[in-house]
Design a protein around this ligand. Structure first.
Ligand code: MLT
Ligand code: MN
Ligand code: ZN
Length: 305
């Protein structure tokens, strides 16, 4: 089983088009040691021909161009992307759906009823797409039952309702529902190995920690290093937790949570905001991660399990 990280950055990408924070400015000028990153998405495959796209980033077209594996070219119009699964309805996770409109059949779209409702109303992508290829919606089970996606044999999936937030445009922004934001457990039925994936994670409960401890790899929210990162740079009045993202540093932060997992668990941060100092490869914060055995996802990274 293979996961290809298509985009490892949070909304805006790195560098962000209008951002002159020390990271974005430094990357443009070539004065920092760092790599550009596109917006949040992964692809998963058991046979490396048929892929489940998890989240559809605004950068999807360049991500597909950079990943020839996604284009097996079996017929004159063809894609290895067999279905799309959405973990929330955030702009950086769904806007790429519009770029898939040239399909000749409805796009199989797996999401919770909460996400499907935001995408039919607040940000009516599925209504817009109905005038192009259309979507074939499948409501994701949220009762812990594992399921498989038609056409993607060999991947078993389980969803986990997470504490985070629906997008700013959602009528439920300040009244989050279970289902607004999910994590995934991807299991390889051939060897039982599991990966936990949660690019947006506001709280690690004891139950979630236990689930993560049973996974070979955890690929989790790396958005912010500190809770007040955006505020200190004068970029937003909001704290990380107000945006549904648990920061890495500080009491109860992601580093503390990951330290509770077995040493053998591979720990990878993903969905990294352009302000985060861990993007700078010779920063003290990055050294701290290395000391703790925590990796930082890159675009094009492969995870096999
Ligand atoms: C988030 O996860 O909070 C998003 O990246 C915000 C955004 O899309 O701007
Ligand atoms: Mn995001
Ligand atoms: Zn920036």
């Amino acid at each position: 089983m293979r996961i290809r990280v298509l985009g490892s950055s949070a909304g805006g990408g790195f560098p962000q088009w209008n951002c002159n924070c020390p990271n974005c400015d430094g990357l443009r000028r070539g004065t920092v040691v760092a790599h550009a990153r596109t917006q949040s998405s992964i692809a998963v495959s058991a046979n490396e021909v048929d892929w489940l796209l998890v989240n559809a980033s605004p950068d999807i077209l360049s991500q597909i161009r950079d990943t020839p594996e996604l284009q097996p070219a079996r017929t004159v119009r063809d894609s290895g992307i067999a279905a799309v699964l959405l973990m929330d309805a955030q702009i950086d996770h769904v806007t790429g759906l519009l770029m898939l409109r040239e399909r000749s059949s409805p796009l199989p779209l797996l999401a919770t009823p909460e996400v499907l409702s935001d995408l039919g109303q607040g940000f009516p992508l599925t209504r817009i797409l109905s005038h192009y290829c259309g979507v074939a919606p499948h409501a994701l089970p949220t009762d812990g039952r594992s399921f498989t996606v038609p056409g993607l044999d060999g991947i078993e999936i389980q969803t986990v309702a997470l504490s985070s937030k629906p997008p700013p445009y959602s009528p439920f922004r300040d009244k989050p529902r279970p289902g607004d934001n999910i994590g995934l457990v991807l299991q390889n039925p051939a060897n039982g190995a599991r990966v936990f994936y949660a690019p947006g994670l506001g709280e690690v409960t004891p139950e979630l920690l236990q689930l993560m401890a049973g996974c070979a790899v955890v690929l989790v929210d790396g958005t912010f290093w500190s809770g007040d990162e955006m505020q200190r740079l004068g970029l937003s009045p909001k704290a990380a937790l107000d945006m549904g993202h648990l920061p890495q540093s500080g009491q109860g932060g992601m580093l503390e949570q990951l330290a509770r997992l077995p040493v053998a668990t591979r720990k990878v941060l993903i969905h990294i905001n352009n302000t985060n100092p861990i993007l700078i490869e010779d920063s003290a914060e990055r050294a701290e991660l290395t000391r703790r055995g925590i990796e930082v996802a890159r675009d094009g990274m492969d995870i096999r399990f």
